[in-house]
Ligand binder design. Structure first.
Ligand SMILES: CC(C)(COP(=O)(O)OP(=O)(O)OC[C@H]1O[C@@H](n2cnc3c(N)ncnc32)[C@H](O)[C@@H]1OP(=O)(O)O)[C@@H](O)C(=O)NCCC(=O)NCCS
Length: 321
């Protein structure tokens, strides 16, 4: 028997307001055609003032708990991956803890931008397997609309708000169920290619997203294909054994190019970027929840998660759901 972190539930939450490309083109110098052709994005959800990273994260967490058949009191660890916390501190994880009514437990945030969920899953996996908790809530939640420069058409059309959550439970198993491998990377020398131009310790302001789009695109395809190869090699599986890949939903062209590099057919790729745009740390758990709920991903499937983001940071995880 092996102690593993098993996926026992998923959930997600989206802000009430959905904005189409055409609606965006009313306030920004862009067009539906340009956005669809370059990114595959058609809609994004934008948070209203009463919808925050913590409230969206808590709503997704409640869904994931219900799917797992657990109560908030069962949770011993809450990790929120976010680059857009409600406040500089306390951590959004402690806000989520209070909102869902979870008693004293471990709660903290992880900041690795778009690959934050992969970092959080990897940390939770390690903590569950060393006995720090029996059940963990791992949440990716973002309100990126709050840090977008709405005058900068090269970035503001690409992002959206939302949250996704999973419950991971430590269980002794005698098969290959659960998280089988995770792999994380960071290369800080590329920090100025995708960043926010403000922060508490520098400008004392929140700042706005800045990006060198073409460079990010190029690094994303190379790094994602390489880290996917690493996790598959680690567990001795080949890409044709993957049932589903749930990629970070930044750009359909990045997703297509990465899948092609690995020889994965489009039918095995979960795609939500058209509906949600890039929700940063929320994008992978949001897409995972949708594909679990609509029956595409079934119990027993081999699923690969991957993401790349500012830093640069990137990572991948393989699990049998
Ligand atoms: C951002 C991205 C879609 C831009 O596509 P691109 O093909 O590289 O386009 P460019 O930046 O070279 O711009 C091409 C033209 O479109 C214009 N343009 C940029 N944004 C536009 C918009 N929203 N609407 C209309 N035109 C736009 C540019 O001004 C430029 O015009 P010019 O040729 O007259 O100067 C692409 O680089 C990309 O997806 N990068 C990765 C971004 C990403 O996923 N980041 C998050 C990773 S976590």
């Amino acid at each position: 028997m092996t102690l593993r972190a098993i996926l026992t539930g998923t959930g997600s939450a989206l802000p009430r307001t959905r904005v189409s490309n055409a609606e965006l083109a009313d306030r920004v110098d862009t067009s539906d055609e340009w956005i669809v052709e370059r990114t595959g994005i058609r809609f994004r959800h934008i948070a209203e003032p009463d919808e925050t990273t913590a409230t969206l994260g808590a709503a997704a967490a409640k869904e994931a708990l219900a799917a797992a058949g657990l109560e908030a009191a069962d949770i011993g660890l809450i990790i929120v991956a976010t680059a857009t916390p409600d406040n500089t501190f306390p951590a959004s994880a402690t806000k989520v803890q209070a909102l869902i009514g979870a008693p004293d437990c471990i709660a903290f945030d992880v900041a690795a931008v778009c690959s934050g969920f992969l970092y959080a899953v990897s940390v939770a996996d390690s903590m569950l397997r060393t006995g720090a908790a029996r059940h963990a809530l791992v949440i990716g939640s973002e309100t990126f609309s709050r840090i977008l420069d709405w005058e900068d058409r090269t970035t503001c059309v690409l992002f959206g708000d939302g949250a996704g959550a999973v419950v991971l439970s430590a269980k002794h198993v005698d098969d290959d169920q659960g998280i089988l491998a995770t792999r994380l990377h960071a290369e800080g020398k590329y920090g100025d290619m995708l960043y926010v131009d403000g922060g508490p310790s520098t400008t004392g302001t929140v700042g706005h997203v800045r990006m060198q789009g073409r460079e990010v695109f190029r690094h994303a395809v190379t790094n994602l294909a390489s880290v996917l190869g690493e996790v598959m090699t680690e567990i001795g599986l080949s890409p044709d054994q993957i049932d589903w890949i749930v990629p970070h939903q930044a750009n359909k062209r990045i997703i297509d190019a990465t899948a092609k590099k690995l020889g994965l057919p489009a039918e095995r790729v979960v795609l939500t970027v058209d509906q949600h745009a890039n929700t940063s740390a929320a994008s992978v758990p949001l897409a995972l929840d949708l594909a679990m709920r609509d029956g595409r991903i079934k119990r027993g499937d081999l699923v690969v998660l991957e993401a790349m983001g500012g830093g640069f940071t990137w990572g991948a995880a393989v699990l049998r759901v």
